[in-house]
Design a protein around this ligand. Structure first.
Ligand SMILES: [Zn+2]
Length: 211
């Protein structure tokens, strides 16, 4: 029996660049059966994790299972070591339930319970883009905490420049001076390169699961 704690405040966020989410979903869409993959996660702040990339390895799949080649995983870890990449980044495992609801099954829970590390993030998704994600902490005992995915949208520089130019042309700022006199000034663009996030709805918040 797994206990799932829900923090009253500060839920755990998995910040995911839009391109990384799209890459994972492209793998999911490309495979007619279940598919399994991994990814690199760093802790970037309190209750905040950052998913920098996802990838797949050689595996055998069916409509209800995936079996990753152990040797492929060992080779990948070895390649990371050779390339000087910190293997502790390998904290993310994801898989698809194809057209079935994106909830962790008893098989998934049993698999998650066996990871030989201090903590791990697991995510199950499907071809509709629904998902469920959780952080598992294994010591001193196992805890499973729900995670919300937040997509990080980086600014499109050309779009930002075009819109800044248009705002400068069409929008005037009214400023009231010390003695109440009103003057009008041109808009100076804010820093348009600040990335921003939006929360991605999970599998249990009313998204369609039919068909
Ligand atoms: Zn599953």
């Amino acid at each position: 029996m797994m206990n799932k704690l829900i923090p009253a405040t500060n839920p755990i966020r998995l910040i995911t660049p839009l391109a990384v989410w799209q890459k994972m979903m492209a793998y999911v869409q490309a495979c007619p059966d279940e598919i399994n993959g991994f990814g690199y996660i760093q802790i970037t702040g309190e209750n905040t994790l950052y998913l920098s990339d996802v990838f797949i390895l050689e595996q055998t799949v069916s409509g209800v299972s995936t079996d990753v080649d152990d040797q492929a995983l060992h080779r990948h870890i070895n390649d990371m070591v050779q390339a000087g990449i910190n293997t502790a980044l390998l904290r993310f495992q994801w898989h698809s339930h194809v057209y079935m609801p994106a909830f962790f099954s008893a098989t998934d829970d049993a698999c998650i319970a066996r990871y030989p590390c201090e903590w791990m993030v697991s995510l199950v998704t499907n071809k509709y883009g629904e998902y469920q994600a959780q952080l598992d902490i294994y010591r001193p005992f196992k805890l499973s905490l729900p995670i919300t995915v937040e997509l990080e949208l980086s600014a499109d520089n050309r779009l930002s420049d075009n819109c800044s130019a248009e705002v400068s042309t069409k929008v005037t700022r009214q400023e009231v001076g010390w003695f109440g006199h009103v003057k009008h000034a041109a808009i100076r663009p804010d820093d348009a390169s600040t990335p921003y996030c939006f929360e991605l709805g999970g599998a249990d918040d009313g998204l369609s699961q039919s068909n």
